[in-house]
Ligand binder design. Structure first.
Ligand code: BGC
Length: 761
């Protein structure tokens, strides 16, 4: 770009043409940051690497806090956990008016599944298999958060997990790397849009790099250990997908990788992330992740801070360890200034890309905050997506959808509880505004006779219930003997045609630091269900779950189960939509549900072993199996029913003998063979039959969600190229190997049609 300047010297006018970099170009960014950094002291550079939590800042009072002093002194690069546009504006003002270099702050928050308008928990979102809807949910979250002062979200969480004991399975997209990658990309696109500097987009932060979902025994923060084969082929893909989609930042995980905490793991943060994947954003530690490495046992604070920086961590969340120790470590020669410069540059680049140097108040527009947050339009979208995420697990005798003419008794501790509807990680939500099941059902079926009896507390154990009701998400415990609560519900059932039981987990029984060794419905609620079963009335279970659960008993005893996860702000409306049939459920599980906890880890994309159990059998001596339970899950990956039925026929391959870089087309005809319109998630799986290393029995490689009217058929085609056959071999080279492949298509991982083909190089 050229800029024309008129220059008057004396009476002569000169026309000068100056080469100018367009604002925002990489070269303009570089020269801006070069110039800024040339003025910065070492202390100010270290200040940019510091991310304290905001603490309790009151609007108008920001200037008097300890944080304000640090900001003035140039010791803060960003803040998080501060909510409200006015407050954030106050704090930003301190940075840009009172610090020496006037560098604006980043404002981060855990905007995980919506900001004020809450969408289903991420595990639920993934069960919609609706990538556009997922992207849209992130877009709305970004629009609302950015209107309220936030420029950076600690999302998407893309940790693959195969262990439902781990509470944080709620925050991710389940067990599959391919689906996880598609969801990761959609979330990054949704948050960041095509231009990070727009006032309604925010920076994404992919977390938790890496392998956090593989903590031993499903206990949060625990050790992980796995082969590089497994890392690259099974766990890394979603992180890489998010990086490829342009995520601006990455968060290090709490766990160790190969015996070194991720936060100090140079191979992970520099070799894999930056060199192999070409990531050029910044890496932030997790909350006190740097200081915690003292407890991990790899050195004192100064040592671990130096290791983190040298490994490739750019920003220190909460520990203040880089700020306080790096200058001394430079003097000792443990860290060099180039490392500090590189980290500082990356943080400044993020601020530049967000447009904060142009306008530090870009995300602080009270007028937007007043009209663009929690709008009816956003709530309508949340309702639609929530209904899309629900998974119909069982529906014997088509007792769902409910008839509006039935007399319905609604029971259960989660039936009339607004606070628990949004689920875990809802920092900015007004929980009491969420719509509970009872009022949602009443509003979606206003003329239906719906009565309510509580029936039980969440848990028989009051102390457990306290732990499961944190962050103000009260469970409204009733101080009455369990037997009396049950008796009330049984009495009320006498008058009902059908019982709907809203049972399961509370919002805080999953999420961070919410691991469980028993993933069943709490006993108090199981007792309620069994007592109601004796009334002989049909019972529909509306299950709240933040993880795959062990509901083997209930699956045996009750005719209908709809899993609703935690549906978000519009929970009750979406549940009413599905229960009364205005929406036909179309969610499919993205993580395997085990028959019991002893089967964990249980996942569909496993290997064959040398002693596979012949299909359809339970037990054979010296085969890979259990004495007491079959190898099958209770519900497999990809499973979910509908109020209609779908038949698959006429699977075809365009060729059974491919060569080189061609494109194979696999197609199948799907027919709605039932009586109502519905949506089906058609899934494509591959098996590489013979490899130089062992290969999974099935790997998801594509999917399409289609809508079909009753009697309608559609042919769904998938294009397959050698790109989809690639994997990391023993030497971690990413390539495909010629040979035989099984191509499978179906409506669940366990129900597919299969054709074999040959692909040569
Ligand atoms: C969690 C992160 C989160 C961070 C900031 C940590 O405890 O592991 O996922 O982003 O806190 O709230």
């Amino acid at each position: 770009m050229k800029k024309i300047v008129l220059l008057a010297i004396g009476s002569s006018i000169f026309l000068l043409t100056i080469a100018q970099q367009p604002a925002g170009s990489p070269a303009a960014m570089k020269s801006f940051i070069d110039n800024l950094m040339s003025k910065m002291t070492l202390e100010e550079k270290l200040g940019q690497l510091n991310l304290p939590a905001a603490g309790d800042i009151t609007t108008g009072q920001a200037a008097n806090t300890n944080i304000a002093k640090k900001i003035r002194d140039g010791q803060v690069g960003g803040l998080f956990n501060i909510k409200g546009v006015e407050k954030i504006r106050d704090v930003q003002r301190i940075a840009v008016e009172q610090s020496r270099l006037k560098i604006p702050l980043l404002f981060g928050m855990d905007v995980i599944h919506g900001y004020r308008t809450i969408f289903p928990i991420p595990l639920g979102l993934s069960a919609s298999w609706d990538i556009q809807a997922i992207e849209r949910s992130a877009q709305i979250a970004a629009a609302e958060a950015s209107a309220d002062g936030i420029s950076w979200t600690f999302s998407p969480m893309v940790d693959i997990s195969r262990d439902p004991r781990w509470g944080r399975v709620a925050e991710g997209a389940g067990e599959d790397p391919y689906l996880g990658g598609e969801v990761a990309k959609a979330m990054v696109r949704g948050y960041q849009g095509s231009n990070l500097a727009k006032d309604n987009t925010i920076m994404a932060c992919v977390k938790h790099f890496a392998l956090y979902g593989a903590s031993e025994a499903g206990r949060d923060y625990n050790t992980t250990d796995m082969s590089r084969q497994r890392m690259f082929n099974e766990y890394f893909l979603p992180y890489k997908a998010a990086v490829d989609a342009g995520a601006g930042s990455v968060m290090a995980s709490f766990n160790e990788v190969d015996g070194v905490p991720a936060t100090a793991n140079k191979w992970l943060m520099t070799e894999v992330l930056r060199r192999q994947w070409g990531f050029n954003g910044f890496v932030v530690s997790d909350y006190t992740g740097i200081a915690e490495m003292v407890e991990h046992g790899i050195g004192d604070t100064a040592t671990v801070a130096a290791r983190a920086l040298n490994a490739g961590i750019d920003m220190d969340m909460v520990s203040d360890a880089l700020l306080n120790t790096i200058a001394a470590s430079i003097k000792k020669g443990i860290v060099n200034t180039a490392q500090v410069d590189a980290a500082c540059r990356r943080i400044l680049e993020a601020k530049y890309k967000l447009g904060l140097f142009d306008d530090p108040y870009r995300y602080c527009n009270p007028a937007r905050a007043a009209k663009e947050i929690y709008t009816q339009a956003h709530r309508n979208e949340a309702r639609t997506i929530a209904a899309e995420s629900m998974v119909l697990l069982k529906n014997d005798g088509n007792i769902l959808p409910l008839k509006k003419t039935s007399k319905i008794l609604l029971v259960g501790p989660l039936a009339d509880n607004a606070q628990n509807m949004p689920g875990t990680w809802t920092v900015a939500a007004e929980h009491a505004q969420a719509i509970p099941v009872l009022s949602g059902m009443q509003m979606t079926a206003p003329n239906t006779n719906i009565s309510f009896a509580r029936g039980s507390n969440l848990s028989e154990d009051a102390k457990f219930e306290e732990r499961a009701g944190m962050f103000g998400k009260s469970l409204n415990r009733i101080d009455m003997p369990a037997g009396d609560l049950i008796a009330d519900a049984v009495r009320a059932a006498a008058d009902a045609d059908i019982i709907v039981a809203a049972v399961g987990e509370s919002a805080e029984m999953s999420g961070e630091s919410s691991s469980r060794t028993n993933i069943q419905i709490p006993q108090a609620q199981k007792d309620l269900l069994q007592a109601l079963k004796k009334t002989g009335k049909p019972i529909v279970i509306v299950l709240f779950a933040g993880r795959p659960m062990d509901i083997s008993q209930e699956a045996k005893d009750f005719p209908a189960i709809i899993n609703v996860w935690f549906p978000g702000s519009e929970a009750g409306m979406a549940i009413g939509d599905v229960l009364f049939g205005a929406v036909n459920p179309s969610g499919k599980l993205t993580a395997t549900w085990p028959q019991n906890i002893g089967q964990i880890p249980l996942f569909y994309n496993h290997k064959n072993t040398g002693r596979p159990l012949p299909e359809g059998q339970w037990f054979q001596k010296f085969k890979t199996n259990y004495l007491d339970v079959t190898n099958e899950p209770l519900y497999p990956f990809g499973y979910g029913l509908s109020y209609t039925s779908f038949t698959y026929s006429n699977m075809k391959l365009s060729s059974t003998n491919m060569q080189g870089n061609g494109t194979l087309t696999a197609s199948i005809t799907v027919t709605n063979s039932g009586k109502v319109a519905g949506k089906e998630v058609v899934q494509l799986y591959l098996r590489d039959v013979v490899g130089s290393t062992t290969r999974p029995l099935q790997e998801l490689k594509g999917f399409e969600k289609i809508s079909l009217q009753p009697g309608e058929s559609k042919t769904v085609s998938f294009n397959i190229t050698p790109e989809q056959l690639k994997f990391y071999n023993y030497d971690l080279m990413y390539d495909w190997e010629p040979g035989e492949f099984d191509i499978m298509i179906g409506g669940s991982s366990a129900k597919v049609q299969k054709l074999r083909m040959q692909w040569s190089k």
